[in-house]
Design a protein around this ligand. Structure first.
Ligand code: ZN
Ligand code: MN
Length: 148
């Protein structure tokens, strides 16, 4: 069941406070943007949204906050070859469906991604460090645009 945004922001804020992070209004706004944006935003996109309400926020503040959130396990950073890093608040194992044309990233609703990884890991006696399942394609909207 999907928790409401305020609850999720409060939970994340509380967990960050417990870890000794000072939560400024800017940082709370960053959490709000991050938790309400399911499109896996870039740091720049988060910055643009937060900047509307908090004009004193800098891109550096966003980067610093994202680093803390990453280090404390609240977000996953998805790095790409072209340097366009994206952020994900869903930290449980899941796949990504990525459009190579418009760069949209969605979380397909399929079960068993974690079990799939676990099976492979156990089969080869590995200890899991990290996992990522990216599927690249062209989304239906881009297919329609490109065929015109
Ligand atoms: Zn697309
Ligand atoms: Mn995701």
């Amino acid at each position: 069941m999907e928790m409401n945004l305020e609850t999720r922001v409060n939970q994340m804020a509380e967990s960050l406070r417990e870890q000794g992070l000072r939560l400024t209004p800017q940082r709370l706004a960053i959490l709000g943007v991050l938790l309400s944006n399911r499109a896996h935003p870039t740091a720049e996109q988060i910055y643009e949204q937060v900047h509307k309400d908090f004009p004193t926020t800098s891109l550096a503040t966003v980067y610093k906050t994202m680093l803390v959130l990453k280090e404390t396990g609240h977000v996953v950073e998805l790095g790409f070859n072209d340097g366009s890093n994206r952020y994900d608040v869903v930290t449980e194992p899941h796949a990504h469906l990525i459009c190579v044309n418009c760069k949209s990233i969605l979380d397909p609703e399929v079960e068993g991604v974690g079990q799939f990884t676990q099976k492979i890991i156990e089969m080869h006696g590995y200890k899991l460090v990290n996992q990522r399942l990216d599927i690249f394609g062209i989304c239906p909207e881009c297919q329609a645009l490109l065929s015109k």
